[in-house]
Design a protein around this ligand. Structure first.
Ligand SMILES: Cc1cc2nc3c(=O)[nH]c(=O)nc-3n(C[C@H](O)[C@H](O)[C@H](O)COP(=O)(O)OP(=O)(O)OC[C@H]3O[C@@H](n4cnc5c(N)ncnc54)[C@H](O)[C@@H]3O)c2cc1C
Length: 611
């Protein structure tokens, strides 16, 4: 059975030595984050998750969810483990105190989320989706929802979902057919069928709050394919009295089916039928002028989606971490062949496979991705908190722009690389990785979904090049390139190795500039140019983003080693992993740039019927 050891030392190193959150007096709430606060939280959550959630991971995969008389039953032990998690308060670390949360910055709740997903990715889904739906409701809900619904989602008594997808439309939401009809009392009646709804039904909580996209008719009562008619509605599984918050009778929401799927088998993926269900339109957000306006409706959805996209990237890190840990243990034990430079364990018939360079290539590829990506994801969590709690307006604007720019990169680059890392675990196990009882093939099946949902990765790439690069006059991308230069500058006084990494990082920044300049020049000539280049440009951002974070970590590691601070073995390992990134990953920026610049002609040359 696979094991999992929470990477507490890495979280603490990133929070306190690299990001130095405790020194950031320009971000409200950060100076409280001393190690005597963060360490017990991370260790406590880690102990709970390894003791209670992780042993249920394979159980969940083997049993899956069942649909019995219209009700979804989660695998054995899931309901108790979910309740124990909520009772211990791990689910409400990041929620606002006014709603019953602990009000801690997202850097802490994100670290805990990563551990939940490494321990049991299926079970982690239920509270993660609830948090996303709940924070969107907290922004866009009416006062009665903030009083009666949000606190019960924060406590974990009620779960939440997001209901966007229909059988004929996932990416293209204009095509949805779920409809909303206004009622005299201000509520709406929702009718339609949603598919693939995670946590659409289950036995963990007495109520489920569905956030549902549905269309409103125009003034002539007609429904069109205009995206502007799509609105977000809160539709409870069991009706809630807006006056008292008391639970009433079942709403018109029923499970039409439970999907049989490749992985995440303990996470219920449901077909949901909304049949004249009572719903409430969500509208006002602090960014919107007009409550209930078109932009207000969509901003609630985008808030939820962005939350989910970052969560997806972190879920991919989590899968890669646990896959890495098990393959590293296996590589120490499994014996085959001899070290080329002479027997490593002369007394045994063969050496452990970790002596072979090709096995090390895979282990380092996994670990350099995981630790670089974790650093980047925590930096983005810091930015998202800074967007809300930064001291200066310009600081908040910069943080918001960077967060938005990097969200598709975190979603897509991390989920591709996380899947690759999970897959490398099967390769390191050889044939034994393909066999179910060893448990690593589950990581591959579970991690595959991260590349697909919350907007498939190709759509993230389009979002990056078409929306995020030109956003706000290009200021966010300039801020990112400025950050790359700043990090390269801090390595200036460091060792020759790090000075070389700094030069390579600068080259990465220049490659991004060249790609953007090329897109600006050639994009207007041919419509498909952006789409043809988008995936390579996104990967370019991913490699450079992790390069920037690896250089930041390497500078700290080198300084601490010179000063005799910290754990020397931990710090030396960081330097070796940084070296891996700069020797083996940064050179790919040239290929990515060249491929991005090859244009659309070759991709579009064949007529559709020739495929
Ligand atoms: C296990 C699971 C859980 C899920 N959970 C939820 C949930 O909780 N809530 C929910 O609402 N949905 C959920 N989904 C749905 C998921 O978000 C969608 O499957 C996903 O967004 C892709 O939509 P689609 O499957 O319709 O693919 P399509 O939209 O048909 O896309 C197919 C392919 O075509 C590409 N493509 C499509 N349009 C374009 C375009 N315009 N330009 C370029 N490329 C394009 C895509 O990138 C993709 O590679 C879940 C799905 C699964 C499998």
């Amino acid at each position: 059975m696979p094991t999992y050891a929470p990477p507490i030392d890495d979280f603490l190193f990133l929070l306190h030595e690299v990001l130095r959150v405790q020194t950031r007096d320009d971000i409200a709430g950060f100076t409280d984050l001393e190690t005597d606060l963060t360490r017990p939280i991370l260790e406590g959550a880690g102990d709970f998750l390894t003791g209670v959630w992780q042993p249920l991971n394979q159980v969940g995969d083997e049993e899956g969810c069942r649909l019995e008389n219209g009700v979804v039953r989660t695998p054995r032990g899931f309901a108790e483990a979910y309740r124990a998690y909520c009772e211990a308060g791990w689910n409400r670390l990041g929620a606002a105190e006014v709603h019953g949360g602990a009000g801690l910055p997202g850097v802490i709740s994100q670290a805990v989320y990563e551990m939940t997903s490494s321990a049991n990715a299926s079970l982690a889904h239920y509270p993660a989706l609830t948090n996303g739906a709940c924070s969107s409701l907290a922004l866009t809900g009416a006062p009665w929802m903030l009083q009666h619904v949000v606190p019960r989602m924060v406590s974990g008594d009620w779960c939440g979902t997001m209901c966007l997808t229909e059988s004929h439309c996932g990416t293209d939401l204009r095509l949805m057919s779920t409809r909303a009809v206004a009622q005299a009392d201000g509520s709406y009646r929702i009718t339609g069928t949603k598919i693939f709804i995670s946590g659409g039904d289950h036995d963990l909580t007495e109520n489920i709050i569905h956030l549902v996209l549905a269309k409103l008719p125009d003034e002539n009562g007609r429904y069109s394919d205009d995206l502007a008619t799509v609105n977000l509605f809160m539709v409870p599984k069991v009706k809630v009295d807006p006056e008292t918050g008391a639970l009433g009778v079942r709403n018109g929401v029923n499970v039409g089916g439970l999907e049989k799927k490749m992985g995440l088998k303990g996470s219920a993926t449901c077909v949901l039928n909304f049949d004249d269900a009572v719903g409430y339109r969500l509208g006002t957000t602090k960014n919107d002028a007009a409550p209930g306006s078109k932009s207000a409706a969509m901003s609630g959805m985008f808030h939820m989606m962005n939350h989910a996209r970052l969560g997806t990237g972190v879920g991919a890190i989590a899968a890669a971490e646990v896959a890495y840990q098990n393959s590293a243990l296996y590589a120490q034990e499994r014996r085959s062949g001899r070290a080329v430079s002479g027997a490593d364990r002369g007394e045994a018939a063969a050496d452990p496979i970790i002596v072979h360079p090709d096995v090390r290539r895979m282990l380092l590829q996994q670990r350099a991705f995981v630790e670089g990506a974790r650093a980047a994801a925590l930096w983005v969590a810091e930015l998202l908190h800074e967007e809300q709690a930064g001291a200066e307006p310009a600081q908040r604007e910069r943080a918001a722009g960077l967060g938005q720019l990097l969200t598709p990169v975190i979603k897509a680059y991390f989920s591709d690389r996380g899947f690759e890392a999970a897959n490398a675990a099967v390769q390191i196990y050889g044939g034994h990785g393909y066999i179910r009882e060893n448990g690593v093939e589950q990581f591959v099946r579970d991690a595959r979904i991260f590349q697909l949902y919350e907007g498939a990765n190709g759509i993230q790439a389009l979002d990056l090049v078409a929306r995020k690069l030109p956003m706000a006059g290009g200021r966010p991308v300039l801020a990112f390139l400025g950050e790359v230069e700043r990090i390269a500058d801090i390595a200036a006084g460091a060792s020759t190795d790090l000075a070389g990494y700094a030069a390579s990082l600068r080259r990465g920044g220049k490659a991004i500039e060249e790609a953007i300049a090329w897109l600006r020049r050639t994009g207007p000539e041919r419509g498909e140019t952006l789409g043809a280049a988008s995936y390579d440009v996104l990967n370019l951002f991913g490699v450079v983003l992790l390069g920037a974070l690896w250089l930041r970590m390497a500078v700290v590691a080198e300084r601490q080693l010179a000063a005799g601070e910290g754990d020397p073995a931990f710090l030396r390992r960081k330097l070796v992993l940084a070296r891996y990134w700069f020797e083996r990953e940064m050179p790919t920026v040239e290929t990515l740039l060249r491929r991005a610049q090859s244009g659309a002609d070759g991709l579009m040359a064949l007529a559709a019927e020739a495929f």
